[in-house]
Design a protein around this ligand. Structure first.
Ligand code: HEC
Length: 188
């Protein structure tokens, strides 16, 4: 079984707990200064401290490190040149079903027929696409995700003239489809 929260996610949780521990510590110091019952705040600090250590321990042992690579600044803010129309979304849907569904699943849930062979497994795109700038999604589709089996879909021309991959417009139309899927604009 794969631990359900990624390393990055566990680190975020740990930071949240640290913030809580700091609050409790301040409360303990303030109540102590005022001569109040400060011990229960100190116990709170200690308990959160233990959880912080546990979160980091999980983060760097069982939690999977999903290496979505950083995206260059300019690519992140790239705008989608395709029109936001049902035709674009429909074109993106057809391309996604033909090229991506085998791993990502017909609805992008990460449940394609080949998904169980992959390590790391594809994530749920309905959840992940809204969490990223569209330029990032486009960048990963174009260049692939290093350290995973996600291929680069940039158009490539081989020496014998054969063309593989998808055009820029095709990749951007897939982004439109994935956004429509995530927002429920098209059938999930
Ligand atoms: C051979 C299997 C495979 C195919 C085919 C494939 N992917 Fe992926 N994809 C992956 C894996 C594995 C990852 C890395 C784990 C992850 O981030 O989901 C990934 C990552 C991604 C991500 C980054 C998601 C994120 O937020 O981390 C996007 C976007 C994506 N794929 C879109 C596509 C699109 C669009 C296509 C088709 C043009 C496609 N993929 C085809 C396996 C595949």
């Amino acid at each position: 079984m794969i631990f359900p929260i990624s390393r990055q996610g566990m680190q975020d949780i740990a930071q949240f707990l640290i913030a809580g521990a700091v609050v409790f510590l301040l409360l303990a110091l303030v109540t102590r200064y005022r001569g109040g019952e400060w011990r229960r705040f100190a116990i709170g600090t200690g308990a959160l401290g233990v959880l912080v250590i546990a979160s980091y321990a999980l983060a760097f042992t069982v939690a999977p490190n999903i290496p979505t690579p950083p995206v260059p600044f300019t690519a992140r803010f790239a705008q989608n040149p395709t029109p936001d129309t049902t035709q674009t979304i429909e074109a993106g849907r057809a391309l996604f079903q033909a090229n991506c569904a085998i791993c990502h699943g017909p609805r992008g849930l990460g449940d394609g027929p080949q998904a169980f062979l992959l390590q790391p497994r594809p994530v749920n795109l309905q959840l992940h696409v809204p969490q990223h700038a569209q330029g990032e999604i486009h960048y990963w589709i174009t260049n692939g995700v290093a350290g995973t089996q996600m291929p680069a879909w940039k158009e490539q021309r081989a020496a014998d003239g054969s063309v593989t991959g998808l055009t820029d417009e095709q990749r951007w139309s897939i982004v439109r489809y994935l956004q429509a899927l995530a927002t429920g604009k098209v059938d999930r």
